[in-house]
Design a protein around this ligand. Structure first.
Ligand SMILES: NC(=O)c1ccc[n+]([C@@H]2O[C@H](COP(=O)([O-])OP(=O)(O)OC[C@H]3O[C@@H](n4cnc5c(N)ncnc54)[C@H](OP(=O)(O)O)[C@@H]3O)[C@@H](O)[C@H]2O)c1
Length: 328
């Protein structure tokens, strides 16, 4: 104890500097956390009316027939946008369009395409013609696929790798190129790109999916800066687990919302970051994901999460293989 006191006496300047740095760092983390809480629970985001709801504008939603995409289509229609539904199955698209137009009395258009295909220029051309004369206020780049089950990269099927990149990366780039020029012309628009925890924290055994979502994260940030002065809001919507076919989670919990709750949070936090406070043009909107995101960043120990995710995927693969063997 005496030696500690002596050290402090002899190095007053150094000790004061260290105390100041410690105080400043704790204060800045505390202020950041208060800001996360305010954005997540109190402040409301940019209103959808800014992007033309109830004034004839449309929302284009990809992967619109199920899960998160379906909820975006429904909630944007409810808010007063016409909707352009883009997805794989014509029958599901027609059924959803019928449901939306009868419930919310908004115009609908559908476009069936399979984003996993390599040659899609005719499909993009046809979609471009469908949206030619309409005012697109919102684009939700939601379509995405992951691996059937966690797998080491060299062992994964090549067609799965290609399909993930075609859907998650090329699908998003090409749809955005169709919609963006008109948004630039009218100096208004909202582009939401659906990201993933796997794009924030590298996910071993889901490497291609993880990399595709990391691509979306960085690309969204670059795009957002390019077009912010043109009145276009671009945001990466960071998503942890949500109940859906893709997540294979059927029951909602504190950490896993329904698509309805998740999309409601995304549409009410436009322009905020919530838990993604350290990452520009990114929002982690759902409250429990938001708080988790903040602490993942504050801990600054990426290896902890990479190792955790690796071990988790080893056990998920073992269970999935067991289930598959039983079914055969
Ligand atoms: N759920 C989660 O826990 C979670 C977590 C992080 C990120 N995300 C992201 O959220 C987005 C939506 O996921 P989700 O969980 O809502 O998925 P989902 O419930 O499986 O729905 C996927 C939607 O995309 C369509 N789709 C799938 N493959 C397609 C293709 N090749 N071409 C055209 N459309 C296709 C499906 O159409 P069909 O109905 O015809 O199959 C369906 O409408 C994805 O980008 C995903 O990466 C989800």
């Amino acid at each position: 104890m005496d030696s500690l006191l002596n050290f402090v006496q002899d190095h007053k300047l150094l000790v004061s500097a260290l105390a100041f740095v410690g105080f400043a760092s704790v204060t800045s983390q505390l202020l950041a956390f208060l800001s996360v809480l305010a954005q997540t629970f109190i402040l409301s985001g940019t209103k959808l009316s800014k992007f033309g709801s109830k004034r004839g504008a449309y929302a284009v939603v990809t992967g619109a027939t199920d899960g998160i995409g379906r909820e975006f289509a429904v909630q944007l229609a409810k808010a007063g946008f016409g909707v352009v539904l883009v997805s794989r199955s014509q029958a599901k698209l027609d059924a959803l369009a019928e449901e939306i137009s009868s419930k919310f009395n908004v115009p609908t258009k559908v476009h069936a395409m399979d984003f996993s295909e390599k040659e899609l220029s005719d499909k993009y051309k046809a979609l471009s013609q469908k949206i030619e004369g309409i005012d697109v206020g919102v684009l939700v780049n939601n379509v995405g696929r992951s691996h059937e089950m966690p797998v080491y990269f060299a062992d994964g099927p090549e067609d799965e790798m290609n399909s993930i990149v075609n859907i998650n990366v090329y699908g998003t780039l090409n749809i955005t190129r169709l919609v963006l020029p008109k948004m630039i012309e009218k100096k208004n628009g909202l582009i939401l790109n659906i990201g993933s925890f796997a794009g924030q924290v590298p996910s071993p055994m889901l490497a291609t999916y993880s990399g595709s979502k990391a691509f979306l994260a960085t690309w969204s940030q670059a795009l957002a800066e390019e077009y912010k002065k043109k009145g276009i809001v671009v945001q990466l919507v960071n998503t942890f687990f949500v109940v859906s076919n893709m997540s294979k989670i059927r029951r909602a919990s504190i950490t896993t919302p329904t698509p309805k709750a998740f999309v409601k949070s995304a549409l009410s936090h436009i322009g905020h970051s919530c838990g993604a406070i350290a990452r520009p043009f990114t929002v982690t909107p759902y409250w429990s994901h938001s708080i988790a995101d903040f602490f993942i960043g504050a801990l600054n120990m990426p290896m902890l999460f990479i190792t955790y995710s690796h071990n988790l995927h080893i056990s998920i693969r073992a269970r999935a293989l067991k289930k598959k063997a039983k079914q055969q």
